[in-house]
Write a protein that binds this ligand. Structure first.
Ligand code: PLP
Length: 402
């Protein structure tokens, strides 16, 4: 049986057209984009073209900047550190309890090493931001607000336009980690006040190890990687041209297909989710109204997600526990803990994330295989035998300070 890959929030397969576009830049077009001869100028043109494709996909004006980075993590780190390095004495960060480790590990490090104060805004049981805490956390010391566009584990979308306006009202910069949103839903940055935005190639059928930081024109900026004059002195180091060209092609493909793809993928995701929920004693996590079209995260009560994944894997189906970055650790995901998912369901959450490569046959196969896996695991689970009904998820409003 053909393997079924439903872990596209972890990474996607590079589109064959992306790979084809990249190949000449390893051989014939090997020049350095900074060189002042034909080898260099051809390559510099390809890098410019990739920037244009990204600006078009983001709905950004052509005078807004795209700085190529080694991926989403570097773009996130660059945005936060750049904003803290300011002359106006603003030294606090406002972010959420459900960000990717690319933000949270950095804020923890900054708290420990420099005493930087971070306000971690909590979410409710559906993963929606606590707007009151957010509003209260903003103040004259806020240097930067960073809120993800879409959560990688549940797909929940955050109201980043409104959040950016509120951040500006407090005189702070606004950054969004849009690594999971770019290429999946249309973004129209021209109509927002967002100052900085991170994206990553391998989440949109581009190559790994390449990403970008979008910078609104005039946003104060301090480079993270210092060196040569590349990227208009925004990031030192010879450009990874094949990867940049690949990311540009991935953006071009996504922009051409996004409207039609998001409808098709949402319909498949909904069909998958409806079918799974019929198994019973399981529920969908996150804001099921406002979420990415490709993601569903289902909590199976009184079961271990690891065991479900293992059996799915044996049946040739790849899904994920929470996020790829958390797998390997037995700790329940920080996102689901922030949502106060009840303990009896916390360990049984499985994320299915679809892509343009997912077909109806894949969904049908999962729906044929999964009920039996769940029934078998329940039959051998002492905690299922002794189960008490799982209480409704309580709502909570929180703000933690690091
Ligand atoms: N931010 C989010 C929301 C992500 O999902 C990921 C990757 O999983 C990253 C950042 C990190 O991106 P990269 O793997 O390109 O460093």
């Amino acid at each position: 049986m053909r393997p079924i890959y439903l872990d596209n929030n972890a990474t996607t397969r590079a589109d064959p057209a992306v790979v084809a576009e990249m190949l000449p830049y390893f051989s014939e077009q090997f020049g350095n984009a900074s060189s002042a001869h034909a080898f260099g100028s051809e390559v510099a043109g390809a890098v410019r073209q990739a920037r244009r494709h990204l600006q078009a996909l983001l709905g950004a004006s052509f005078d807004h900047e795209i700085v190529f980075t080694s991926g989403g993590t570097e773009a996130d780190n660059t945005a936060i550190l750049s904003a803290l390095d300011n002359p106006d004495g603003r030294d606090e960060i406002v972010t959420t309890a459900v960000e990717h480790p690319a933000i949270l590990a950095l804020t923890e490090h900054l708290a420990a090493s420099r005493g930087v104060r971070t306000h971690l805004i909590g979410v409710d049981s559906r993963g929606r931001l606590d707007m009151e805490s957010y509003s209260r956390a903003l103040g004259p010391r806020t240097a930067i607000v960073s809120v993800m566009w879409a959560n990688n584990e549940t797909g929940t979308l955050f109201p980043v336009r409104q959040l950016a306006e509120m951040a500006h009202g407090a005189g702070a910069l606004f950054h969004s980690d849009a690594v999971q949103a770019v290429g999946k839903i249309p973004l129209d940055l021209k109509t927002t006040e967002i100052d900085m935005l991170s994206l990553s190639g391998h989440k949109l059928h581009g190559p790994k190890g390449i990403g970008a930081l979008y910078l609104r024109k005039g946003t104060p900026f301090n480079p993270l990687v210092r060196g040569g004059p590349q990227e208009r002195r925004r990031r030192g180091g010879t450009e990874n041209v094949p990867a940049i060209v690949g990311l540009g092609k991935a953006a071009e493909l996504a922009a051409a297909r996004i409207d039609e793809e998001q409808i098709r993928i949402r319909a498949l995701r909904d069909r998958l989710e409806r079918g799974i929920l019929q198994i019973g004693h399981c529920f969908a996590l996150g804001d099921t109204e406002y979420r990415l079209p490709n993601t569903c995260n289902i909590a199976f009560e009184h079961l271990e997600g690891e065991a479900i994944l293992h059996h799915l894997n044996r049946a040739g189906i790849a899904a994920s526990l929470g996020s790829a970055c958390a797998s390997g650790s037995m700790e329940p995901s920080h996102v689901l803990r922030a949502m106060d998912v009840p303990p009896a369901a916390l360990r049984g959450a499985i994320r299915f994330s679809l892509s343009r490569e997912t077909g109806i046959d894949d969904v049908v196969t999962v729906l044929n295989v999964l009920p039996e896996i769940i029934a078998r695991l329940r039959a051998s689970s002492p905690s299922w035998q002794a189960r008490a009904p799982v209480a409704a998820i309580p709502s909570r409003s929180t703000e933690l300070t690091l």
